[in-house]
Design a protein around this ligand. Structure first.
Ligand code: E4P
Length: 217
């Protein structure tokens, strides 16, 4: 399973890239707005840091405008993937962008039928938002599992990005469900390092090493 970082913060991306565990980045308008920077400059900087897929979302509402916006964003870097919303206009744009050789990530997917339509339209990636489903009392992980099982059965080619991940258990669950990618916030990525026995083990090894260096020993 690939790990993408779900952020537009270049400090987070820079630090995570040093750990050698990040395959790509996803952004969205909320994450970009939080940075208070020019989108195109920010996207260019992210593309310099990350060789893998970098999702950049369009904010237009008609297919023609989405395609025009996408062409400008795609010109920023060869790894840019255009995020389009799961709407009729979004799928129209997905179809057109596929013809133009531009990859898409269909976002805001909350049901199997939406995922199926996005796959039929030629999306390279599909992003079901499990955390937002869980927030409403639905089972987000079950949706990821359903999409992955049926897509494999029918040999549908779109990669499933488990999005809106809220905690480390979600990562385990979507890996078990067969997601191609989990896109995770920086805080969740950092918590994946953590185990109290690792901390205790490091502490003990260092203490034993220091004790062995006492004079006379
Ligand atoms: C995915 O691509 C989205 O950017 C993201 O996962 C949304 O997460 P949220 O529900 O925490 O806003």
């Amino acid at each position: 399973m690939k790990l993408f970082l779900d952020t537009a913060n270049t400090d987070e991306i820079r630090e995570a890239m040093t750990w050698g565990v990040i395959d790509g980045v996803t952004t969205n308008p909320t994450l970009v707005a939080r940075e208070g920077r020019d989108f195109h400059h920010l996207l260019a900087e992210i593309c310099q840091l990350v060789p893998g897929p970098v999702s950049a979302e369009v904010i237009s509402t008609t297919a023609a405008e989405m395609v025009a916006e996408a062409q400008v964003l795609a010109a920023v870097g060869a790894q840019v993937v255009i995020k389009v919303p799961m709407t009729p206009a979004g799928l129209q744009a997905t179809t057109k962008l596929k013809e133009l050789g531009i990859k898409t990530n269909v976002t805001l997917v909350f049901s199997f039928n939406q995922a199926l339509l996005a796959a039929k339209a030629g999306a390279a990636f599909i992003s079901p938002f499990l955390g937002r489903l869980d927030d409403l009392g639905h089972d987000g992980v079950a949706l990821i599992s359903q999409i992955c099982v049926i897509f494999r059965g029918y040999n549908l080619q779109s990669q499933v990005i488990a999005a809106s991940i809220r905690h480390p258990l979600h990562v385990v669950q979507v890996a078990s469900a067969g997601a191609n990618v989990a896109t995770i916030p920086f805080t969740v990525l950092k918590s994946m390092f953590k185990h109290p026995l690792t901390d205790l083990g490091v502490e003990r090894f260092l203490a034993d090493w220091q004790a062995a260096k006492r004079p006379g020993k």
